[in-house]
Design a protein. Structure first.
Length: 136
């Protein structure tokens, strides 16, 4: 990622979330993310195990993108849990977006506990090729 594009999205530190008040009981986790960049967009993948799509919200307010999701620790009737590799609770992460992101075009999907955010770049942030003509 070049320096200008790396400023298109800034991650907030863990401490920013610990100070916030939660509305749901239980632990609040900072989901790990992978961030990829192409010429046209920035892609953020956030691991939120056990979170169903209907329990995810993505809010954009004053250039701060907040992702929140929760999973419920549901016991299945007639079954006894033997192993649990992740804990249920609330997942939350915040990113500050710059003007290099086309905020109106952001798309979000959840598949198998992974939130995928597509942050398209604004036209002025996309690479452009200038045509060179022969002078007369």
């Amino acid at each position: 990622m070049n320096e200008e594009s790396s400023r298109a999205i800034e991650m907030r530190e863990k401490g920013d979330l610990e100070a916030s008040e939660g509305t749901r009981p239980g632990p609040v986790f900072t989901p790990p993310v992978d961030i990829f960049e192409s010429a046209d967009a920035i892609t953020v993948l956030a691991d939120m195990p056990g979170v169903q799509p209907e329990h995810v919200t993505v809010d954009l307010n004053e250039d701060v993108l907040t992702i929140t999701g929760y999973c419920e620790d549901g016991e299945e009737e007639g079954r006894v849990r033997v192993v649990q590799e992740y804990r249920c609770g609330t997942f939350q992460r915040r990113f500050t977006l710059s003007e290099l992101v086309d905020q109106a075009g952001i798309k979000a999907t959840v598949t198998d506990g992974v939130l995928r955010l597509e942050l398209p770049k604004a036209d002025r942030a996309r690479p452009a090729r200038i045509e060179v003509r022969a002078g007369a």
